[in-house]
Design a protein around this ligand. Structure first.
Ligand code: CDP
Length: 224
């Protein structure tokens, strides 16, 4: 455990309901790392575009809207939240059924992805500024695109029925297989396990199991 703090980025990717968020949050707490949920970034932009009445095919309108947006970071506990024009959106707003239904369509647009790339990479500096030992960033393209050089890259998976049951338990209206299909087939930064990332199937594991497995791997790899 002693050497763990030398690492700066832990990337956790995977499809919906594979356990990324709970794993990333718990790990961040144990390691005193800053937690960054990049799904929330795409959700926040989607909510802002939906409020404007934009649809994904209106690329010029979307590009013009993005130019009006100033991105900053608000820290809540160990989680870094994206604020747009100095306002952090409510969790309720970004996790609505409407956002669930369109987030993957907006997230597939190159203008939207490029708009977030620098901000997401810049989170490492934010973590340093607040005195964290590093960051745990979760999403779909962290290990492939945002931090491809991160020493610690994990890809979480779970079988379809486990994932559907998890979402049902959360009481959320969300077609996760649709979203996964869109995320896997988009041209820019698709959802894929990055080369060298460690796959963990969480279907039969508790959160504690997953955390223990990741910590054990980090400790072994730390000495590589
Ligand atoms: O929590 P859940 O896994 O359901 O989704 P999320 O992490 O909140 O991500 C919502 C959506 O944002 C995903 O379905 C992707 O379309 C998009 N996303 C992405 O394209 N790239 C990321 N790094 C993170 C999320």
């Amino acid at each position: 455990m002693n050497n763990i703090y030398r690492c700066e980025v832990i990337a956790i990717d995977g499809g919906a309901a594979t356990g990324k968020s709970s794993t990333a949050r718990a790990l961040a707490e144990q390691l005193n790392f800053m937690h960054v949920d990049t799904g929330a970034h795409y959700r926040t932009l989607t909510a802002s575009l939906l409020q404007l009445g934009a649809v994904p095919k209106q690329t010029a309108r979307i590009a013009a809207h993005l130019k009006q947006l100033h991105l900053s970071t608000e820290l809540t506990g160990q989680s870094a939240l994206l604020s747009i024009n100095n306002k952090a959106p409510s969790n309720e707003n970004i996790r609505s059924a409407k956002v669930n239904a369109s987030v993957s369509l907006f997230a597939a647009l190159p203008d939207i992805r490029k708009f977030l790339f620098d901000y997401q990479r810049g989170q490492l500096l934010v973590a340093k500024k607040y005195g964290f030992k590093g960051i745990i960033m979760e999403g779909r393209d962290i290990g492939t695109t945002i931090f491809p050089d991160a020493k610690f890259r994990f890809f979480l998976e779970a079988d379809a029925s486990t994932r559907a049951a998890r979402r049902l338990k959360e009481g959320v209206n969300d077609s996760i297989t649709n979203r996964d299909d869109l995320d896997k087939t988009r041209k820019m930064a698709p959802l894929v396990c990055s080369k060298g990332a460690i796959r963990i199937d969480t279907s039969q594991l508790t959160l504690k199991d997953v955390i223990e497995r990741i910590l054990a791997i980090i400790n072994i790899k730390q000495d590589d």
